[in-house]
Design a protein around this ligand. Sequence first.
Ligand code: ADP
Ligand code: ZN
Length: 732
Amino acid sequence: MSGALQVIRVAINTPLNQLFDYLPPAKASGAQPGQRVRVPFGRREQIGVIVELDDQSEVPANKLRTAVELLDGDALLDEELMRLLAWSSTYYQHPPGEVISAALPAGLRKGAPPTLPRQFTWRATEAGRAADIATLARKASVQARILSLLIAKDSMPEAALREAHSNWRKIVSALQEKGWAECHETVADDSGPGIAGDTPPTLTQAQQQAIDNIPDSGFAPCLLEGVTGSGKTEVYLQLIQRQIAEGRQTLVLVPEIGLTPQLVDRFRRRIGDAVAVMHSGLTDAQRLNAWLAARDNRAKVIIGTRSAIFTPLAKPGLIVIDEEHDASFKQQDGFRYSARDLAVWRARQLKIPVVLGSATPAFESLHNALEKRYRHLLLPERPGSARQPDTHVIDLRQHALHEGLSQPLIQAMRRHLDAGGQALIYLNRRGFAPTLLCPACGITEECRRCDARMVLHQRSGKLVCHHCGSERRAISVCTECHTELIPVGQGTERLEQQLRKTFPEYSLVRIDRDTTRRRGELERLLEEVRSKDARILLGTQMLTKGHDFPDVTMVGIIDSDQGLFGTDFRSSERLAQSILQVSGRAGRGDRPGEVWIQTWYPDHPLLTTLLNGGYDRFADEALAERRKAAWPPFSFLALLRAEHSARVEVFEFLEQARSLAEGLATAGIQILGPASSPMEKRSGRYRGQLLIQAANRAELQHFLAGWRAAVSKLREARRSRWSLDIDPVELF
Ligand code: ADP
Ligand code: ZN
């Protein structure tokens, strides 16, 4: 091999689906996969990650460019993570450079060193502790106050001092000169105050059984199906403690909206400050900090949303996916990965257990459990005196609605409110009214860029499209015939008005995207709920996910019918999940709960099966239907989406893609379409799609690799915006 060429193959953040070959930097020795490298790319320089080394290249030797410098002494990304990223890139048909970029904290992506920002803490010296504070207070009261603080707190980071006094630096310098305060450099750590003090409750038999059946090590996918409030989180916590005792780490993935300060608090109260948090709201420094804490084994537990699946782990022991059915685990644009599916893949590679927890598991996961590919662990009851709520259906054919509310619903609310409970009212539609109608000419106000109606937002006086975000001033009379327009239907804003009128004596909070736009507002509103300042809780999905409100005794579902007639093969699954998840907010404390559901279709088989037979019966029937229709999990899908401002371009591209597919398809591959997307026009662009259905995952993968490459070379592919979605969760 002497004299053989050495080539580094580099992933660079570009949409090109390939790696790029370079010669290693002149002075560098020992380039290795996982290191970052600065390379010339086009006319600029880019930062890439070395994926592999080779002794030959398809690029002619005289065309090979030389990398500028290695940015890392050792591999920044270990072999295990590199393998996960490479597999993700192949499986999801997404450019490797973009995949690796998605996995890196922004700072590292830009080339920053993998070290923490410097941070200093201050503390009082022995002399400071002995100082006469009363005397000091007479001469320099602020100094005395800060010194007392330092003594009381043991040590204070600069951020805390800044909060205590704007001129803190001068004050601590003065104290330092007197020899009363000193400063230490600390490793910046955002894990916050965490005092592990909570004693775990005595486990229920079902919890104990679940824990006994989840192994400590070895690949073991487990579905923990436990009704809402049955103590799944408690099971996670005890599994995690077992891992910590063995010196291993746990990665916990939660849905986007589920990562609340309360959840993190609960973990820290049990586990202490070795809990790192990863989500999109972090600053770059915080994110880097959590990433390094996980990589360097300072964090024992990493709780994060979707993208945390790419966190490096020094001593991985366990992966937990909470609310595994949640759609936010699937990225819906760009690199469209499923964090849940990757978690199972990663656990297999690492030979560790992975626990998928939910009250309403995804049908795919349930199917895997029924087929014995996953261990199935059940928590059928709530611990202690808490019971599953009673459910009542209100037949709207028999009970008139007044502004969205029926009498039985109002009466039930009053009963619970008067008894001191809280009532949670669920309506998954924000704004005032979804339709603004002219009663004379029948015209509704439409979005000019989408096939959708404008939603009236009365408080802001606007018509808003919930699909593209377009807004215009609300009007009150028809532009054609000048008749007064009527707002039709209910949104949370309108329901709020009506509920305040009906229950003036009870305070209300509304939680939806409109009321929580400002930072910190969601936390503030949730605090009002927890402190019981608010008695009526009105909201959308935001209110229903993962929150534990012990004093909610009644849940009202205003409109359960939205999902009954969906077009997507998953709409019934989603309907069942949302009804049960909302219902699960009732009666989590010691008072029994009630759920009231308003519907025009009380005899609809979906509803009756769910309410009489429970989720598993519902899932059984739905899975039987999917088997007949060969939908997932009985087949595997990929969706090619395309959009263009001219409709004809979309279909020309999709037709071309279809004929390429026909040429490549093996026996188990079916091609459906092209068809218009369910909402064909959105944001001023026409949208269409081609669905690929396969009986077998490997066959689909094989087909897709060839097809994607061919499609990307089409002339039409440069004109339309297109994407390929593997295992899509939405068929539009
Ligand atoms: P889930 O994650 O299934 O919604 P949690 O773990 O949050 O359930 O538990 C619901 C409530 O029951 C919490 O207040 C929790 O502290 C309490 N809890 C959980 N397990 C037990 C137990 N074994 N004994 C008593 N209370 C428990
Ligand atoms: Zn629109």
